[in-house]
Ligand binder design. Structure first.
Ligand code: HGY
Ligand code: MN
Ligand code: MN
Length: 423
């Protein structure tokens, strides 16, 4: 590590918390929802504006900025030696009730680390890269983690371009419309290692009073859309025994999903987050209804059991109400374990800097689970106030933001300078 003022000074190097905080606020103001949150669904005009702002900051820092065929943006600071970069990053697209930290923290902290090193005149052996990946949320275009999935070679870019969103728009057309249909080939270059800083989005760290989470892995994710077809009919004249009420079916699915999660217990979660009825009028029995079901578990076998139990329930509901039902898979990813050495490094770096640390799995999906297909990957969590996320009230204390970004700084430098034999 060549450092103008000696190796010891890098150990004491810290990020500029005020600069990071003001960038989180500035990016959070794009797509602001007026209640402290922001809405920047993937490939919308708001997403474009957020992308443009972050890319401007990347250019201002003199980074080599590349956009690939799915709109992923990777900005690289050269090392003193050639070779694959140590990469950090996350996403800057949000859900409709998004906060300003989910994803944004990892991208802006990575940018902050590179700026801190640049201003301190500290070079690293390996290049350092900070990335934001397209459509991590998957809310508009499923599956989630789509950009990093394509980056890692888990889906072809042409197939991804043909995905149709919940608003009927084609992903490739939207990518071109916002000017982020890039020319850098997919899959992307495999990094030397990948580290993602992210808010926990759950209550564990706060409940136990810890500051840093050494994330052991990501739980399995199963998203599906169920569409029921029944019979439109008059709400007043149709006797209950004569109805084929698709609206009743989606409500029954929500109740069944909740009951299955309770029966399986443990980490099992189930969510019916999206329901649509047609004609969606007070005095018409819904002849058409669609809903989504999000099932997750850290244990793949139990997740499959949850899927099977739900499938049985759906068949019974449809048969009893005289409905047809169609099922469409929206996302399906098995649980992922992170590289043990990276998890250990999160823990040791946190302790070296005096932070309490806990190992825990991630309940949310993350780009790191896709990068783990191509290089040693891991995540740093910081606490979410009240365990709340995907909510305008999403918040992480400034001192925890600073702690997480400094752990990221020292992990990236360590990985960028280690001897290959040391891996
Ligand atoms: O759904 C998730 O876990 C993430 O927010 N994409
Ligand atoms: Mn996220
Ligand atoms: Mn999210």
């Amino acid at each position: 590590m060549s450092d103008a003022r000696g190796v010891h000074s890098v150990r004491d190097l810290t990020i500029d918390a005020a600069r990071l905080g003001s960038r989180l606020a500035e990016l959070g103001a794009i797509g602001a929802t007026g209640d402290g949150g922001c809405a920047r669904l993937a490939l919308t005009d708001e997403d474009r504006a957020g992308r443009d702002l972050v890319v401007t900051w990347m250019h201002d820092l003199g980074l080599d900025v590349r956009v690939d065929g799915i709109g992923n943006v990777v900005a690289t600071r050269p090392g003193t030696e050639p070779g694959p970069p140590v990469m950090c990053g996350s996403h800057i697209d949000t859900v409709a009730t998004g906060g300003i930290f989910d994803g944004n923290l990892g991208v802006l902290s990575g940018l902050e680390v590179l700026e801190t090193l640049e201003r301190a005149g500290v070079a690293t052996r390996r290049p350092l890269a900070v990335a934001f990946f397209t459509d991590e949320e998957g809310s508009r275009f499923s599956p989630d983690m789509l950009g990093s999935l394509v980056y890692a070679g888990g889906m072809g870019v042409e197939g991804a371009h043909d995905i149709v969103g919940i608003d009927g728009r084609r992903l490739g057309d939207e990518l071109a419309r916002i000017g982020y249909l890039g020319s850098t080939p997919c899959p992307g270059q495999a990094p030397y290692a990948y580290v993602e800083l992210h808010i926990e989005q759950g209550p564990v760290l706060e409940r136990h009073g810890e500051v840093i989470g050494a994330v052991t892995g990501v739980q399995g994710i199963s998203w599906q859309e169920l569409t029921f077809e029944g019979q439109f009919n008059h709400a007043g004249t149709t006797p209950m025994a004569y109805r084929h009420d698709a609206g009743f079916a989606v409500a029954a699915v929500a109740v069944a999903a909740r009951r299955i999660a309770a029966e399986l217990g443990g980490h099992q979660v189930a969510t019916v987050g999206k329901i649509g009825l047609r004609p969606d009028l007070v005095n018409v029995v819904a002849g058409h209804a669609a809903c989504t079901v999000d099932l997750r578990n850290t244990d793949e076998a139990v997740l499959q059991e949850a899927e099977a139990l739900l499938a049985d329930e759906v068949s019974c509901i449809a048969a009893a109400e005289g409905l047809s039902v169609a099922r469409r898979e929206l996302a399906r990813f098995a649980p992922v374990e992170f590289d043990q050495r990276i998890v250990d490094l999160v823990e040791s770096t946190a302790r070296e800097h005096g932070h309490s640390v806990r190992r825990l799995p991630s309940g949310a999906g993350h780009d790191a689970q896709m990068l783990a297909r191509m290089c040693p990957s891991g995540m740093i969590f910081v606490p979410s106030v009240g365990g709340v996320s995907h909510n305008p009230a999403e918040r992480t204390l400034p001192e925890h933001v600073e702690a997480g970004a400094n752990v990221l700084l020292h992990m990236l430098v360590r990985l960028a300078d280690e001897d290959l034999v040391g891996r």
